[in-house]
Design a protein around this ligand. Sequence first.
Ligand code: SAM
Ligand code: FES
Length: 347
Amino acid sequence: MNNAEALLERLNEDHALSLDEYEALIEAQTPDLAQKAAALADRARREIYGNKIYVRGLIEIGNVCRNDCYYCGIRRSNKSCDRYVLDDETILACCDEGDALGFRTFVLQSGEGCLSVARICDLVREIKRRHPACAVTLSLGEYDRADYQKMFDAGADRYLLRHETADKAHYEKLHPAALSFDRRMNCLRDLKAIGFQVGCGFMVGSPFQTARTLAKDLKFIEAFQPDMCGIGPFVPHHATPFADEPAGTIEQTCYLLSLLRLIRPNLLLPATTALGTVDPRGREKGILAGANVVMPNLSPTATRKQYDLYDNKICTGDESAQCKNCLNMRMRTIGFEIVTDRGDIKK
Ligand code: SAM
Ligand code: FES
């Protein structure tokens, strides 16, 4: 057994490594090592979740955004972005349709500042009134602790806020000065303290990322112990400052999914749409590497193309039922099964 394989075995046993060891493991990636990591991750995931895949209905409620992240297609400065915000009836109709299709979790995602906090809370209350068996996940960006508390009190169960990178200098290369690394990290701590099930995450292959910054992401996740972690390849968008940067790779994303599974065996780990964008079998490959969640799009077909985070995003033309059926079929072909379940973390 070589040194990298020994590190993998130790990660599998202890669920922890030093920062230098994570960096060495990231640098040592080869197809052979990635296969070994995937086999260990698969075993760890099956012990907890069997062959069950949890499903979340993603509703992209608006693409208006007050922020200007350099990588993001719906950033404030992108004047060619066709802006929209769904009305409440449309959002509620998406949830009704999702419930009928067997979804037991709805993820409401948008640019930041799209909806007022009062409106977010009213929506959450109404979704929970209509669908009491369903979990509501919010992914709406940064708010003060008091506002997060209001969303939690309204009935929201989970909050997804990718930390984007755990390296402050790297964070500052991906965002303008108005956005603060410390503030984002504090938001994550506030969300956890309030009692949300919390998800963090990062893009793989984002500009200026190194094995060291990725090692810091893994170390952060090891310490923070999130319930969910969203990772997907960076994909350039033509109307952003990073238009000419290369996309992240399927291979590195899958390898990192396996390492995350070993760090936290019960982690809720989606095979993301971005993974399906860089490879036609990306989501299947993500599941085989250790992911256990998929997020079909429940947004109205009319506005899907406008939620344009990166170029060539998949599933922008399909009906919700088609997306669900397509993923059902994709999971079955690799021996996994989508279940009708809220999909809470198994502790
Ligand atoms: N506004 C909310 C927030 O900031 O958390 C949620 C929406 S934001 C568009 C959701 C995630 O999309 C970001 O956290 C980022 O990681 C991802 N994203 C944005 N642009 C991307 C790109 N070009 N490639 C891949 N992922 C991207
Ligand atoms: Fe606001 Fe991307 S810059 S969601």
